[in-house]
Write a protein that binds this ligand. Sequence first.
Ligand code: ATP
Length: 198
Amino acid sequence: MLSRGLECDGVRVGEVLRGVGLTVAPGEVVALTAPSGAGKSTLLRAIVRLVALDGGMVSLDGVDVATLDPRVLRRRVGLVAQRPVMLPGTVADNLAYGLDASPDLAAALDAAGLDAEFANRDASRLSGGEQARVAIARALTRTPEVLLLDEPTTGLDAPLAEAIGHHVRGLAHNGLAVCLTSHDRAVVSSWADREVEL
Ligand SMILES: Nc1ncnc2c1ncn2[C@@H]1O[C@H](COP(=O)(O)OP(=O)(O)OP(=O)(O)O)[C@@H](O)[C@H]1O
């Protein structure tokens, strides 16, 4: 068992996940790959308890996540969904949502490839690619230990995807554990330290 980081051991969900193993240590970027419909999003959702397990265990720093308060778990493990939902209000409102203290907006926006001026934009009027980047920034304001990115380059052009990949690798270099799914071989090979096939 990993003393630090994320570990999935024999995870089962219905007929879709039949005993999946995955480890992601602090400082590494792991790409989870499989054909469409194989259960990648389901596994990421199960890790943060948005989907119930039918077997196996997910642990964080050696502790079964089933024993953690889901809100605490979801701060420690940030999930950026494939189709992120923008909350009403500005980008700044989205980044600060649910936090007690004001986050470092500029740092989070920069890490997600957005200019600081985005803070005052109406989140619902952003393009799909801009919303995808706000969702990454929102996860980062929670200072997670693990970042789960479900198809993070959807809606992004190649230079932007490359720039965000660079930032994500920098975050991992500073100790974040990152797990991403992608159908894009260029993303898998340039972002990830290793690949795990479901
Ligand atoms: N809680 C659940 N229990 C059982 N099956 C589920 C559950 N949630 C999703 N599924 C099913 O699991 C299958 C896999 O879906 P999922 O979105 O995880 O695949 P994916 O590998 O991420 O696909 P894609 O690459 O197309 O995004 C789908 O058929 C979905 O309907």
